[in-house]
Design a protein around this ligand. Structure first.
Ligand code: 5GP
Length: 198
């Protein structure tokens, strides 16, 4: 069996509980996983720390990093807002045998899968349905109605891509979704990677 590490990619529309699921899996410490800290040019939110939640770059620094080939993948997830997975976070860690978990958007996830094949698993977290997602976003109270409308539009686009993921998990009941995600990741980490596939 190869001793290289593996990549777990989680995507979901905003409001589907993706961060909560990832944090609770990392919090138990039962799975040997390290969070990949992405780079972005968006401003830090309250409580976010540089190098912990994201590597916060200026737009110029982000463009320079693109030009220098420092990203495994990058996307303009929202107009003018760039996000990318740094080679230094991913490739080096895998070579060292570390397993990495990525919280990235749908296009980034499919891009990583294309590059890493069987070494990566893509998991899509789905809401029970769009109405439930809309109610969750409204209840969260952090977004204006037009922002919620924009997020719902984006969610429809993202959900259309769910069939291209290796696995889909519906977050209807949070503990159930966490357990299902944890168990899927555990099986994936234990499965040998076929050397011919790389
Ligand atoms: P937020 O600004 O709310 O932290 O993240 C917005 C979106 O960007 C989320 O869907 C998140 O998964 C995505 N994202 C975060 N980091 C990356 C990355 O490195 N690459 C890509 N493609 N998307 C990312």
């Amino acid at each position: 069996m190869s001793e290289k590490g593996k990549i777990v990619v989680i995507s979901a529309p905003s409001g589907c509980g993706k961060s909560t699921i990832i944090n609770s899996i990392l919090g138990t410490g039962e799975l040997p996983l390290r969070f990949s800290v992405s780079a972005t040019n968006r401003a830090p939110r309250q409580g976010e720390q540089d190098g912990v939640n994201y590597h916060f770059l200026t737009t110029d620094q982000f463009r320079d990093a693109i030009a220098a080939g420092e990203f495994v993948e990058w996307e303009q997830v929202y107009p003018g807002r760039y996000y990318g997975t740094l080679r230094s976070e991913l490739t080096n860690a895998i070579e060292k045998g570390e397993n990495i978990i990525l919280d990235i958007d749908v296009n980034g996830a499919l891009n990583v899968k294309k590059q890493f094949g069987d070494r990566a698993i893509t998991i899509f977290i789905l809401p029970p349905d769009i109405d439930t997602l809309q109610k969750r976003l409204e209840k969260r109270g952090t977004d204006a109605p037009e922002v919620i409308a924009e997020r719902i539009g984006k969610a429809r686009y993202e959900i259309d891509h769910a069939p291209q993921f290796d696995l889909r998990i519906v977050n209807d009941d949070l503990p159930v979704a966490v357990a299902a995600t944890e168990s899927a990741i555990s099986s994936f980490l234990h499965k040998p990677v076929c050397p011919k596939a790389e």
